[in-house]
Design a protein around this ligand. Structure first.
Ligand SMILES: [Zn+2]
Length: 144
């Protein structure tokens, strides 16, 4: 398959993926960083939320969590009716970025029920979103 415009995970261009393998810290699911263990409380270790993110205002953290949720949907090989219902709810979010992301994921999902085609459609139509996915260091690292 051809992906001329985007590096694969093997290309070594996603710095996040590289540093994550090297560090011995703990991954924060909110800020998507691997941070030293002292940046996590005991509870934070269990919930995968670093101390900085634990202090974040609730709405900001919720937005990040919803963003994470959207990425999770993008990673699924197929979208269920339930997922689509949830996406529709998230697309009505008061947070404009989340609403936009959810709207795009929803749109692309309706057009392309299978993940690989979703990513391909994104590469073609919404490069900005694909780049946002790439910045998380997860989607591409796991699937490309
Ligand atoms: Zn964090």
């Amino acid at each position: 398959m051809l992906w001329p415009k985007f590096p694969t995970s093997g290309g070594g261009q996603t710095s996040l993926g590289v540093s994550r393998r090297k560090d011995m810290g703990h991954f924060c699911r909110i800020c998507s960083r691997t941070r030293p263990n002292e940046r996590f409380s005991g509870k934070g270790h269990r919930t995968h939320v670093c101390k900085d993110c634990a202090r974040m205002p609730r709405d900001k953290r919720e937005a990040l969590e919803q963003e994470e949720e959207l990425f999770t949907y993008m990673k699924q090989s197929q979208m269920s009716e339930k997922n689509i219902g949830r996406l529709t709810t998230v697309a009505a979010s008061e947070n404009p970025r989340i609403a936009e992301l959810a709207g795009i994921v929803l749109e692309v999902t309706k057009l392309n029920p299978y993940m690989k085609r979703r990513l391909k459609a994104l590469a073609r139509e919404r490069r900005d979103l694909l780049e946002a996915l790439d910045r998380t260091g997860r989607i591409l690292a796991h699937h490309w």
